[in-house]
Ligand binder design. Structure first.
Ligand code: ADP
Ligand code: ADP
Length: 218
């Protein structure tokens, strides 16, 4: 299945800025696609359109997913809830029994290296740790489509390397469709099954490159 299809998408803002022109891109289940390109070429705009947070000006966006998770550049956590309760929220909304959703939330926090921080509130955690909570919250939802807007940009290098490896093995286990924005070409190549290069103002797709040595899939 093609989980996400953007067909000839154009996006113009009311200010007159045309952020995207004639962008076509699709992401299938089991594909992890990175988008790289200079600042201002429309990467975040592309992701917002894919998530339905914003509307296209021309062309089509088709999403064939029961659930979509979005990991923002700036983590958006509920300040009055502990880390664990932030990650549990998804299960609560879906009516997952308490013990089960708590177990999954603990597992997800462990995966991002936050065992022992379950009871801390967002303001008690560092920026990097808040980002990790936000990634745990996205992963616990087991989405069909996961959208990442430069999630590792604010992490220290060691944490980033660990998160890259963990995201990679997690992706190999589940076969969601992933769209991942990054400034780092090496990160894109390391994580992805395909790298899409954008450039220009308005932004266009200038290259769409498979990564043939992509990590083994189970
Ligand atoms: P990137 O993520 O690649 O840095 P963005 O998608 O954030 O690029 O921005 C692409 C272009 O669209 C930029 O010129 C930016 O200023 C403009 N832009 C983004 N969001 C808005 C908005 N809400 N209103 C007007 N212009 C915007
Ligand atoms: P950054 O925001 O700089 O990326 P990290 O997420 O890498 O920060 O956190 C750095 C380290 O600081 C953590 O691994 C943790 O050991 C420690 N730390 C940060 N906040 C707290 C806290 N509230 N309580 C205890 N240790 C913390």
């Amino acid at each position: 299945t093609r989980t996400l299809v953007l067909d000839d998408v154009t996006k113009a803002f009311p200010t007159g800025t045309v952020a995207l022109e004639e962008v076509s891109l699709s992401v299938s289940a089991g594909e992890f696609v990175s988008v790289v390109g200079p600042s201002g070429c429309g990467k975040s705009t592309l992701l917002r359109l894919a998530s339905g947070l914003d509307e296209v000006s021309g062309g089509d966006v088709e999403v064939n997913a029961t659930s979509t998770s979005y990991v923002f550049q700036e983590p958006t956590l509920l300040e009055w809830r502990s880390a664990l309760r932030n990650v549990e929220l998804v299960g609560e909304l879906r009516g997952v029994p308490k013990l089960e959703r708590r177990r999954r939330a603990r597992e997800a926090l462990d995966l991002v290296g936050l065992s022992g921080f379950e009871k801390q509130h967002p303001r008690q955690l560092s920026g990097g740790m808040r980002m990790r909570v936000s990634i745990a919250r996205a992963l616990v939802a087991e989405p069909d489509l996961a959208l990442f807007d430069e999630p590792f940009g604010a992490l220290d290098e060691i944490t980033r390397l660990r998160m890259q490896t963990e995201l990679q093995s997690l992706f190999a286990l589940k076969s969601f469709a992933g769209l991942f924005i990054t400034h780092s070409v090496s990160e894109a190549v390391y994580l992805s099954t395909r790298v899409v290069v954008m450039s220009g103002r308005p932004g266009r797709v200038v290259a769409d490159i498979p990564v043939p040595w992509g990590y083994p899939r189970t």
